[in-house]
Design a protein around this ligand. Sequence first.
Ligand SMILES: *[C@@H]1O[C@H](CO)[C@@H](O)[C@H](O)[C@H]1NC(C)=O
Ligand SMILES: *[C@@H]1O[C@H](CO)[C@@H](O)[C@H](O)[C@H]1NC(C)=O
Ligand SMILES: *[C@@H]1O[C@H](CO)[C@@H](O)[C@H](O)[C@H]1NC(C)=O
Length: 134
Amino acid sequence: MFLKSIVAITLVALALVHASVFSQLQFIKIKSPKNNDVFEAGEQVQIEYIMQPLVYHSTSMGKALSLGVHFHSRTGNQKQQKLATVSNSCPVTANESKFVTHKTTWTIPKTTKPGSYAFDFDENASDSQNHTNR
Ligand SMILES: *[C@@H]1O[C@H](CO)[C@@H](O)[C@H](O)[C@H]1NC(C)=O
Ligand SMILES: *[C@@H]1O[C@H](CO)[C@@H](O)[C@H](O)[C@H]1NC(C)=O
Ligand SMILES: *[C@@H]1O[C@H](CO)[C@@H](O)[C@H](O)[C@H]1NC(C)=O
């Protein structure tokens, strides 16, 4: 299963956006950046996400196989052109019973003009439904 989540941000303090996130990923929760965060060109963005335990509520629902993050221009809630690849293969290691947090940083290119942008998170997941508690 292929899932997407988009975090909308604005570059420079222009406050033009009220976009909200459009969908959630299946096994990954994005903690940072947050919707409507404001950055400047050249600034470091902390990308932080939490992996759900492999066995959650006594049930193994599958797991994330990969996570890619891309930087796009944006108009309102519409993602536009892809401007950069943040990563094609973010770590997705999870633990059987604990939440695992992964962190990385990415620098917004210095040449980026003020405006509306989005980080696009693509999760590829296996979603077999294994019930481990019978
Ligand atoms: C589900 O169970 C099958 C058989 O035990 C196993 O091969 C498979 O890896 C399991 N899948 C997940 C996502 O745990
Ligand atoms: C899960 O976390 C526990 C406690 O930190 C650790 O002992 C165990 O090896 C971890 N399991 C996996 C599969 O990473
Ligand atoms: C998802 O992962 C599977 C298994 O690794 C792979 O075959 C497939 O191409 C991936 N799909 C995407 C959209 O990355």
